[in-house]
Design a protein around this ligand. Structure first.
Ligand code: FAD
Length: 441
């Protein structure tokens, strides 16, 4: 009987436990986590904040699912792994726990800007259930908030505050939103929609200080000297994998915990998955950070199988996110961007380093208002895409990119300026499916 231990009961940890149980019905699985809420949908926090879904809908793992797992849950924080002894030490300094195979799936945490006043009451982030509940509670009295940062979470904060009837000023350090993933037209579409929601965007606006009165936020001061009075400051400047435990335990790290294609770390019998892992992408040979739900789930699953002795390489698929930017459903797939974004330090929530790889591709685009399709057209494949607004082509394009379908037959027509990309892709997809049915029958 093997003692499997999983640190962190987020999606990576739960998925690993499911994978282990799918192979090994007898052995013990213990999940150790310090989150009092256990497993819930973190992306769903944005919808809880806007009031679109109640809190209890974030907990979509059913009692039957827990029963099927047949795992033991321990609430606690592990502070050190003793790899030679195969022991875990808890932060109370007393308890220890034995493991035969261990998964570290401890996620990541939100960074705060290093400016005076950042710890004042009224500075918030959106990282955890308690953060969302706190924003809702503070919004009952607040009239005006300043949002600082970039990526998806900054918009989720801005929209969440607006939904809670708080006036929002959104500070951007540069001259456009999410400049290393979106192109200029896409950024402007998002900014325009934020402005339609009465959000005031301030460009070239760099936070210098959060000013307080009696310990509470009363204003922010910008580097330019401008003062913006406000009752709340919401920050989303990026996240960092939780590496302290790995570092003190001798696990090799870079930006995350380095793992091979079997999700194993440099320590024998110790694996890592999810936001904390910087897993090798076997197609590029690079160690990549993804801070996305799906890769966390897939890595957890592959790690679990490997822990249970079923050698399974983690095959990273082109990362995608179907998200909402200023109320506009947007799918981001594969390699789409490049450069840097001064609003984010490192990586944001719901993000992937792969998105920013500069592809060897030509940009084709249609639609300059709400419904827009941008394709990164390589020699034989579409290597990335942004589908904004109308999502009819979201799944087909995800499939075309992920399965590296040969698009040679439509490449020239995609690259004709002004071509109707949606019509070309829709026809290609219909033909592809007809062909697939013919091949099957
Ligand atoms: C507001 C928000 C919006 C998001 N939006 C999107 C999106 O649009 N699309 C998308 O794909 N992804 C999105 N994400 C990201 C996605 O939720 C994460 O990538 C995913 O949840 C990572 O799962 P994980 O299991 O690796 O880590 P987590 O879910 O963070 O779980 C890690 C767990 O480990 C516990 N832990 C940490 N250290 C210890 C320790 N030493 N001892 C014991 N327990 C420990 C933590 O408390 C936590 O419960 C969003 C996340 C947030 C917060």
């Amino acid at each position: 009987m093997t003692q499997y231990v999983i640190l962190g009961s987020g999606v990576a940890g739960i998925s690993a436990a499911e994978a282990i149980r799918s192979q090994d019905k007898q052995s013990s699985i213990t999940l150790i986590g310090d989150d009092p809420y256990g497993f819930y949908s973190r992306p769903g926090l944005a919808y809880y904040l806007t009031g679109e879904i109640p809190k209890d809908q974030l907990f979509n793992y059913t009692p039957q699912s827990y029963k099927a797992l047949n795992a033991k849950f321990i609430r606690g924080r592990v502070s050190r792994i003793l790899p030679t002894e195969h022991l875990l030490e808890f932060d109370d300094g007393k308890d220890q726990h034995r493991y035969d195979r261990l998964l570290v799936a401890t996620g990541s945490y939100a960074l705060k800007p290093a400016v005076p006043g950042i710890d004042l009451d009224g500075v918030v982030k959106l990282d955890h259930m308690d953060d969302a509940s706190r924003i809702i509670s503070l919004s009952k009295k607040a009239k005006k908030a300043v949002v600082v940062g970039g990526g998806i979470t900054a918009l989720e904060l801005a929209e969440g505050l607006v939904a809670n009837r708080v006036k929002v000023h959104y500070l951007l350090r540069g001259d456009r939103y999410w400049g290393n993933v979106l192109d200029e037209t896409e950024s402007r579409i998002v900014e325009h929609r934020l402005q339609e929601d009465a959000i005031v965007i301030q460009y070239q606006a760099d936070l210098a200080e959060v000013i307080g009165k009696a310990g509470r936020v009363s204003a922010v001061r910008l580097i330019s000297g401008k003062i913006i009075p406000c009752d709340m400051v919401a920050v989303a400047i990026g996240i960092k994998p939780r590496l302290e435990l790995a570092t003190v335990s001798g696990i090799a790290t870079e930006r995350g915990i380095l793992t091979d294609e079997y999700l194993q770390t440099n320590l024998e019998s110790v694996y890592a998955a999810g936001d904390v892992a910087q897993a090798i992408d076997s197609s590029s040979g690079k160690y990549v950070l993804d801070t996305l739900w799906n890769p966390a789930r897939e890595q957890g699953w592959a790690a679990g199988l490997n822990m249970a002795g079923v050698r399974t390489p983690y095959k990273k698929s082109p990362p995608f996110n179907v998200t909402r930017l200023a109320g506009l459903t947007t799918t981001i797939i594969g390699q789409v961007g490049g450069g840097s974004d001064s609003d984010i330090t490192g990586i944001a929530r719901g993000d992937s380093e792969t998105w920013r790889d500069i592809p060897d591709a030509i940009v084709a685009q249609t639609g300059f208002e709400v419904n827009r399709l941008r394709l990164m057209v390589g020699e034989k494949h579409i290597v990335g895409a942004v589908v904004m607004g109308d999502q009819t082509l979201s799944r087909p394009v995800q499939h075309i990119v992920a399965k590296r379908l040969d698009i040679s037959s439509i490449r020239q027509s995609l690259l004709i300026p002004g071509a109707d990309l949606s019509a070309i892709i829709a026809k290609y997809w219909t033909d592809f499916n007809k062909q697939a049915i013919r091949t099957q029958s």
